[in-house]
Design a protein around this ligand. Structure first.
Ligand SMILES: Nc1nc2c(c(=O)[nH]1)N[C@H]1C(S)=C(S)[C@@H](COP(=O)(O)O)O[C@H]1N2
Ligand SMILES: [Mo]
Length: 319
C-alpha cells in the first residue's frame, strides 16, 4: 500500500472510502481531503420523495421484534450521505440519483425457479406482507446508521419466486442503464452491481427487502424502489435498486469481490475482531455524531444469524 495511514475509523469516511482504493487512489484522497460531514450539513432543498412507489407507515405496522440500542439516525443524513456507485463514488450523489426512473419498474425472477417471469414492482408489492423494522446498518468503511425501513421479508419474495429445491444461492442484480446512472459509464467497474446470499441466509427472518424508509417511499439514492437490508453483514451486501433475482447452484461473485477479492468476500459478516486489511473494524461512527461505538459481532444480530454459520469455521466468514 503506497499510503501510510492510521486505522480507517480514525479518518473521516470520505478519506477512508475503501471501495475506491483500486482506482485513482491518490487523486481521490486529494479530492476527498478532509471534507467530512460538514460538506453536506448545510441547508438542503426539500426532496421530492413522496411521489413514487413504495410503502409508507400507514400500510406498514412496526414489527416490535426489531428494536435499537441507539437513536435513529437523522432522516436527512440517511438520505443525503449515500453509497451508490451507479451515481458516483462520492457520498453526495443524492441529487444525481433523482435521475433514476423508478416507475414503472420490473423485477425478473429466473434461474432455478418453477417458471421464469417478470413482475411489475407494484404487483409484487401487493402480494407481500409489508411491515416496518428498525435496523442498524454498518458500512465496511466504519460508519453506521439506524433506520426505520418498511418493506417485507426476503423470505416472502423467495416464496413468491418459487425456486426449485436444487437452488443453493440467490443472486441479486441492480438495474443497468448508463443513461440514467452515469457511474455505469465507468467501464472499469463490473456493472451491473451484483450480490448474493445462500438460500439459508436469504430465508433467514432478518433478511429484508426495503421499499421505504421513515414511513415514506424509498428515495432513489437509498435504492428505490426495492433494496436489500441484511444488517448482520457489511453494508455493501445490501444491494440497491434490485431488478433481477436469480436462483442458482453456483456461488455468485459479487461486484466488490470482482473489484477487490483480497478485501471484499462473499460472506462479509460484521466482526470487530477481524480487521479490514487496511483498518480496524473494532469501532464504528454513527452518522451525525463523533462518537465511536464498539462494533458487535454480526452487528449485534447473532441471535438471529449465528446459527447459519455453525461448522463453517474454515470459511472467510468475516470479510
Ligand atoms: N447497487 C448498489 N447497491 C449498493 C451500493 C452501490 O454502490 N450500488 N453501495 C452499498 C454500500 S457500500 C452501502 S454502505 C449501502 C449504503 O446504503 P445507503 O446509501 O442507503 O446508506 O448500499 C449498498 N448497496
Ligand atoms: Mo458500504
Amino acid at each position: 500500500m503506497p499510503i501510510r495511514r492510521r486505522h480507517g475509523w480514525e479518518l473521516p469516511e470520505s478519506a477512508a472510502t475503501p471501495e475506491h482504493v483500486f482506482l485513482n487512489r491518490r487523486s481521490l484522497l486529494k479530492a476527498a481531503g478532509f471534507v467530512g460531514l460538514a460538506s453536506i450539513a448545510g441547508p438542503m432543498a426539500a426532496m421530492a420523495q413522496d411521489a413514487g412507489t413504495g410503502t409508507g407507515t400507514a400500510s406498514a405496522p412496526r414489527n416490535p421484534e426489531f428494536t435499537l440500542d441507539r437513536p435513529l439516525t437523522d432522516e436527512q443524513l440517511v438520505t443525503t450521505y449515500n453509497n451508490f456507485y451507479e451515481f458516483g463514488s462520492q457520498k453526495n450523489i443524492w441529487r444525481q440519483a433523482q435521475n433514476l426512473k423508478v416507475s414503472p419498474w420490473t423485477v425478473r425472477f429466473d434461474g432455478l425457479v418453477e417458471q421464469e417471469r417478470e413482475v411489475g414492482f407494484d404487483e409484487l408489492l401487493k402480494a407481500m406482507p409489508v411491515e416496518e423494522r428498525l435496523y442498524r446498518h454498518r458500512c465496511v468503511e466504519a460508519w453506521a446508521m439506524a433506520v426505520p425501513w418498511s418493506g417485507f421479508p426476503l423470505r416472502s419474495l423467495v416464496e413468491f419466486a418459487r425456486p426449485l429445491g436444487s437452488a443453493k444461492y440467490l443472486r441479486m442484480e441492480t438495474f443497468l442503464d448508463p443513461d440514467q446512472a452515469r457511474g455505469q459509464r465507468q467501464f472499469w467497474y463490473p456493472w451491473p452491481y451484483v450480490e448474493g446470499l445462500t438460500m439459508a441466509e436469504a430465508t433467514n427472518e432478518l433478511a429484508f427487502i426495503a421499499t421505504g424508509l421513515y414511513g415514506k417511499p424509498m428515495p432513489p439514492q437509498n435504492g428505490a424502489p426495492l433494496r436489500l437490508a441484511v444488517p448482520w453483514k457489511y453494508g455493501f451486501k445490501s444491494v440497491k435498486s434490485l431488478a433481477r433475482f436469480t436462483f442458482t447452484e453456483e456461488r455468485p461473485v459479487s461486484f466488490w469481490e470482482t473489484v477487490g477479492p483480497g478485501e471484499y468476500g462473499f460472506w462479509a459478516n460484521v466482526n470487530p475482531d477481524v480487521p479490514h486489511p487496511r483498518w480496524s473494524q473494532a469501532q464504528e461512527r454513527m452518522l451525525g455524531t463523533d462518537e465511536m461505538l464498539a462494533t458487535r459481532i454480526y452487528n449485534g444480530y447473532g441471535e438471529w444469524v449465528a446459527g447459519l454459520y455453525a461448522g463453517m469455521e474454515g470459511e472467510a466468514l468475516f470479510m
